[in-house]
Design a protein around this ligand. Structure first.
Ligand code: NDP
Ligand code: 2IT
Length: 446
């Protein structure tokens, strides 16, 4: 990168946010793409747009005290980063995972700005979470934690200001507990959270949306090489919300999914994974993926999650967590003649891995485009809540499909317009950025 303005702002980001490696990684990835856009639009530099966009509008960090079933008191840290509201109310999920700290929430919030922009809906970027570890907690401990978390969060959010949803460790169960507490504290029954239960303002299709959307995006990429999911072998990391529904849609389109994982390892079933078993283990029993072998004796288990990428496949969908797919894994995929990689997770591929894909002409769909289906459908849930109406599954799924196709078109067109055809990383970063930048300039210095 040769642009001095971009370099200087990046240097400042490093200095002002020490120790926040994931945030710095997310900013540098986007900045690397922005060079042609910054050069074509001198007004961005004049408006100090990059300096402004990397600084969250508001950062909230709070104490969450809660009691376990034995009466012992625990203290966790809660976060909500209200990053950018140029395009609409702050919007983005909440993550409960012991690794959570400010650097992770800021990386996720930053990505969310551009992802939400790409959906074409009216949503700004935000993210929240806690270093609370839901693993091994009882149902009532989860409920009490969610209530304590909302006891502080409620004063910062609102259906027209900031609308949280799920992410790692936060699904329908946690969203419902948080919604209950929101209602208790504010008396408001509205669309303040998305991913709610279908009986109380949730949208059909939201559960499936991120995984389905990722496959729809990948399908569009495959059309470029006149190919499809039909008959393909697919490897998917993770076995949570995104992974399960990416698997479901890939299978519906005629693919065979042979491997899935969790943080303890991966399963390989050469005949194709039985998704009902995975759903039973993960959605109902909340157990480890290794349990798959109890019902499918011919399947194999490997205790090293990252080795999943050594499996021969045509399509790889990383759907677990950030930086789970590095350079060596990318080289293994290239050796095995993988055709396409679409990121269901946020930033799962390291910059070195992405470079390997781009250098080897592997179709690569970056997360902020490929996994935007989840937040897009959250946007559709907000629309239904505002209307006090619910749409059918087919209607929501059709809109999701259309949004993913449009994102692909934007990303692909922008990549071309800015001189790097088929580089969907540049296409997504520039495509998402331009709209936010224009809106920020139009709205003045506020
Ligand atoms: P879940 O909590 O439902 O599932 C996460 C899955 O990833 C679990 O199988 C988990 O395993 C696995 N995982 C987590 N950390 C690791 C690790 N270090 N190594 C291997 N596996 C790991 O979360 P989601 O499915 O909702 O989220 C997955 C990814 O998708 C995240 O990056 C999230 O930010 C992103 N995303 C989610 C959206 C959504 O709508 N939910 C929307 C867009 C992106 P284990 O149980 O062992 O921890
Ligand atoms: O990363 C993401 O886009 C999400 N976790 C979903 C956010 C949302 O508001 O639905």
């Amino acid at each position: 990168m040769s642009n001095n303005y971009i370099k200087e702002v990046l240097e400042t980001v490093k200095k002002r946010n020490p120790g926040e490696s994931e945030f710095y990684q997310a900013v540098s990835e986007i900045f690397e793409s922005l060079e042609p856009a910054i050069e074509r639009h001198p007004e961005f530099k004049e408006a100090a747009l990059l300096e402004r966009i990397v600084e969250p509008e508001r950062q909230i960090i709070f104490r969450v005290s809660w009691q376990d079933d034995k009466g012992k008191v625990h203290v966790n840290r809660g976060f909500r980063i209200q990053f950018n509201s140029a395009l609409g109310p702050y919007k983005g999920g909440i993550r409960f995972h012991p690794s959570v700290y400010i650097g992770i929430i800021k990386f996720l919030g930053f990505e969310q700005i551009f992802k939400n922009s790409l959906t074409g809906l009216m949503m700004g970027g935000g993210k929240g979470g806690s270093d609370f570890d839901p693993k091994g907690k009882s149902e009532s401990e989860i409920m009490r934690f969610c209530q304590s978390f909302m006891n502080e969060l409620y004063r910062h959010i609102g259906a027209d200001t900031d609308v949280p949803a799920g992410d790692i460790g936060v699904g329908g169960r946690e969203v419902a507990y948080m919604f209950g507490q929101w209602k208790k504290l504010t008396k408001l029954f509205n669309g303040v959270l998305t991913g709610k239960g279908l009986d109380f303002g949730g949208s059909l299709g939201r559960t499936e949306a991120t995984g389905y959307g990722c496959v729809y995006f990948c399908e569009e990429m495959l059309k470029k090489i006149e190919d499809s999911f039909d008959g393909k072998t697919v490897v998917i990391s993770g076995s949570g919300n995104v992974a399960i529904y990416a698997c479901e849609k890939a299978m519906q389109l005629g693919a065979k999914v042979v491997a899935m994982s969790d943080s303890n390892g991966f399963i390989y079933d050469k005949d194709g994974i039985n998704l009902d078993t995975v759903k039973q283990i993960k959605e109902v029993k909340r157990e480890r993926i290794k349990g798959y072998l109890n019902e499918h004796k011919s399947a194999k288990f490997n205790g090293k999650s990252s080795d999943i990428w050594n499996i021969d496949c045509d399509i790889a969908l990383p759907c677990a967590t950030q930086n789970e797919l590095g350079k060596e894994a990318a080289e293994a995929l290239v050796r095995n003649k993988c055709l396409a990689v679409a990121e269901g997770a946020n930033m799962p591929c390291t910059p070195e891995a992405i470079q390997v894909f781009l250098n080897n002409d592997i179709l690569f769909g970056p997360g902020k485009a490929a996994n935007a289906g989840g937040v897009a459908t959250s946007g559709l849930e907000m629309a239904q809540d505002s209307q006090r109406l619910t749409w059918s599954f087919e209607e929501v799924d059709e809109k999701l499909h259309e949004i993913m196709t449009n994102i692909y078109k934007t990303v692909s067109r922008t990549a071309e317009e800015y001189g790097t055809p088929d580089n969907f990383v540049n296409g997504a970063n520039i495509g998402g950025f331009l709209k936010v930048a224009r809106a920020m300039i139009a709205q003045g210095l506020v």
